[in-house]
Design a protein around this ligand. Structure first.
Ligand SMILES: Cc1cc2nc3c(=O)[nH]c(=O)nc-3n(C[C@H](O)[C@H](O)[C@H](O)COP(=O)(O)O)c2cc1C
Length: 228
C-alpha cells in the first residue's frame, strides 16, 4: 500500500521556510518508509487563486443529493488543488505565522474547500497536521496552528499533533529570513514527527478501509442548525 501525502506551502515568498519544513520532513519520511509513501508539495503562491465569492451556489441543492461544483472551478487553479486533496490520504499544511494567524494565502485558499464540504465531506477522515514558522520564539505559532486546524475540522478531517516524544500540537519553526529554518534543528524534528504522525494515521485508516470496505457515512445537511 502506498500512502499519498500532500503538502501545502502557504507562504507567499519563494524559498520559504514553510516549504523547507515540508521538504525536509518529506525527504526523511521517504527514507524512513521507502516505497510506502508518495509525497507532493503544492506551493500555493505559484497558482492563480481567486477568493470564494460567497455566491452560495455550491450549497444550493442542500439535501437533494445533487452536487454543484464551484462557479469558479474553470476560472483559476483552485480545483486542481482540491482534486489533489481529495486524492491524498493525508495532508500537511505549512504556513508562516502572520499576526498569530496562518497566512492570508492559506485563508483565501481554504475557503475554496467549501464545495467539498457541501458534497458530503469529500475530505472526511483525512489526517491533517500543521507546521507553523514564526520569526519570534513566542510569536504565535500555537495560535496559528490551531486556527489552521479549524477549517479542516469543519471539513470532517482528523487533526493530529506531532505524536510520540513530546506530543505537541504540530511543528513550530523559528526563523526569520528565507532558509533560516534550516538552523532550527528542533523545529525540523517536529516537522518530521508531524508528517510521520499524518503518515501513520493515514496508513492505518487506509488499511481499515481496504480491509472492511467501510464507506464514511458523513452527509452534508443544511437542515441541521442552519438559518435559511
Ligand atoms: C505580515 C507578516 C506578519 C508576521 N507576523 C508574525 C507574528 O505574528 N509572529 C512572529 O513571530 N513572526 C511574524 N512574522 C515573521 C514570519 O512569520 C517569519 O519571517 C517566517 O519565517 C516566514 O516564513 P516563510 O519563510 O515560510 O514565509 C510576520 C511576517 C510578516 C511578513
Amino acid at each position: 500500500m502506498t500512502v499519498r501525502i500532500l503538502g501545502l506551502d502557504c507562504s507567499p515568498r519563494d524559498k520559504s521556510n514553510s516549504g523547507i519544513m515540508l521538504d525536509t520532513a518529506f525527504t526523511r519520511l521517504g527514507e524512513t518508509y521507502p516505497g510506502e509513501v508518495e509525497t507532493e508539495i503544492v506551493h500555493l503562491r505559484e497558482l492563480h487563486l481567486e477568493p470564494c465569492k460567497a455566491c452560495n451556489v455550491c450549497g444550493k441543492t442542500k439535501d437533494t443529493g445533487k452536487f454543484i461544483p464551484c462557479v469558479r472551478a474553470d476560472e483559476d487553479d483552485a480545483q486542481a488543488v482540491l482534486d489533489k486533496m481529495i486524492a491524498a490520504h493525508g495532508i500537511l499544511v505549512a504556513t508562516p505565522v502572520y499576526f498569530g494567524l496562518p497566512s492570508d494565502l492559506f485563508s483565501k485558499f481554504i475557503m475554496r474547500t467549501r464545495p467539498l464540504r457541501h458534497q458530503d465531506f469529500k475530505l472526511a477522515n483525512k489526517p491533517v497536521g500543521v507546521m507553523a514558522v514564526a520569526g519570534r520564539r513566542s510569536g504565535g505559532a500555537e495560535t496559528s496552528i490551531i486556527a489552521t486546524w479549524l477549517p479542516f475540522v469543519r471539513n470532517g478531517c482528523l487533526v493530529v499533533g506531532n505524536g510520540d516524544g513530546t506530543c505537541q500540537f504540530g511543528a513550530y519553526g523559528w526563523a526569520g529570513a528565507r532558509g533560516h529554518v534550516l538552523t532550527d534543528e528542533w523545529g525540523l524534528v517536529q516537522a518530521y514527527q508531524t508528517s510521520d504522525r499524518v503518515f501513520t494515521l493515514a496508513r492505518l485508516l487506509q488499511a481499515g478501509v481496504e480491509a472492511s470496505g467501510f464507506v464514511s457515512p458523513m452527509k452534508f445537511s443544511y437542515s441541521q442548525g442552519t438559518r435559511p
